[in-house]
Design a protein around this ligand. Structure first.
Ligand code: PBG
Length: 330
């Protein structure tokens, strides 16, 4: 038999050892780009465990403060807070109460861990009895009527000490309304992380479980964007930047890596990606059954989100990731 042609190029040369692989690795993930979402319960009697998110808990103020200390110690730089109020009403008043659950939690976290960056979700759905992200008028989600309440929410969070506010209601003009209200109240240094391309996604299921925020009628498709549209995501991001967003976000992450990549190429602003509750729970459930190796899958998915172009990543695995990194280095 004639001799087979020998490969001219041998990519395997650079895969030979772990050290060589590290030398030529294109994408790195560090804990200093991760943001840990925290759920805070106002009523200490509220159930702590979240059945669809094993390992994630609804925290009391004290627990949130101590969690922030642990995160700081592990090198996770930031948290984003979601409030679970003791009571809900049609106007979501708990969202903009100066002494609301998130406002209290911001103060508690800042007191315990002053260096932790505190972000706050600006939305009404956790606070409204109908579960929608805006207020209802004539059976519809009233865009402009919701803006004032979202702006009030952001200002009250800034006043409590939030470093960044993160509007997620997907009301048109929300970033501009919040920027104007913050500036008017003297919070021109408070930054806005805009949930710009937020898709109407089934991956939010476990979060709605955690926050008891399933809409009581209809769904969120009249304000969250159609998962099928990429150009529309870019338009949403452009609008939020024009309105004054400092950081723009794509959400969810894993099923939207193409959107992250396209946004990275089109815009210069810092880009965030939110690896949402359903992404966490899918991995968790498979790992619990022994079907995948949790650490490897988490490392691989976070790397993929970074490779797609995200600068920072909101993930329920932030703390675990930091802990696993530390163990590996030890
Ligand atoms: C509030 C909000 C939601 C999430 C973040 N902010 C819920 C929703 O839009 O239904 C989802 C986060 C997650 O699933 O982890 N509107």
């Amino acid at each position: 038999m004639a001799e087979l042609p020998r490969p001219r190029y041998r990519p395997r040369r650079l895969r030979r050892t772990a050290a060589i692989r590290a030398l030529v690795r294109e994408t790195s993930v560090d804990t200093d780009r991760l943001v840990q979402p925290l759920f805070i319960r106002e009523d200490p009697r509220m159930e702590s465990a979240i059945p669809s998110m094993p390992g994630i808990f609804r925290l009391t103020m004290d627990e949130a403060a101590s969690e922030a200390e642990q995160l700081a110690e592990l090198g996770v730089p930031a948290v984003i807070l979601f409030g679970l109020p003791a009571e809900k009403d049609s106007l979501g008043q708990g969202a903009y109460d100066e002494n609301g659950v998130v406002q209290q939690a911001v103060r508690a976290v800042k007191r315990a861990a002053p260096d932790v960056i505190v972000m706050t979700d600006v939305c009404l759905c956790e606070y409204t009895d109908h579960g929608h992200c805006g207020v209802i008028r004539d059976g519809r989600i009233d865009n402009d009527g919701s803006l004032e309440l979202l702006a009030k929410t952001a200002v009250s969070q800034a006043r409590a000490g939030a470093d960044l506010v993160a509007p997620s209601a997907m009301m048109d003009g929300q970033v501009g309304a919040i920027r104007a209200a913050l500036d008017r109240a003297g919070f021109e240094e408070t930054a806005i992380l805009a949930y710009a391309a937020k898709h109407a996604s089934a991956f939010y299921g476990p979060f709605r479980d955690a926050a008891d925020s399933v809409p009581r009628f209809g769904d969120r498709r009249t304000y969250q964007k159609d998962p099928a549209n990429l150009r529309e995501s870019l338009r949403e991001i452009a609008l939020d930047l024009e309105e004054g967003a400092d950081i723009v976000m794509v959400k969810p992450a894993l099923a939207y890596l193409d959107v992250i990549r396209a946004a990275r190429e089109r815009f210069d602003a810092p880009l965030a990606a939110y690896s949402v509750s359903g992404e966490y729970s899918l991995i968790k459930a498979a790992a619990e059954r022994g079907w995948v190796d949790e650490r490897s899958v988490v490392e691989e998915t976070i790397t993929a989100i970074r490779r797609a172009g995200a600068d920072l990543i909101l993930t329920y695995y932030a703390k675990d990731f930091a802990r696993w990194r530390r163990e590996r280095r030890a």
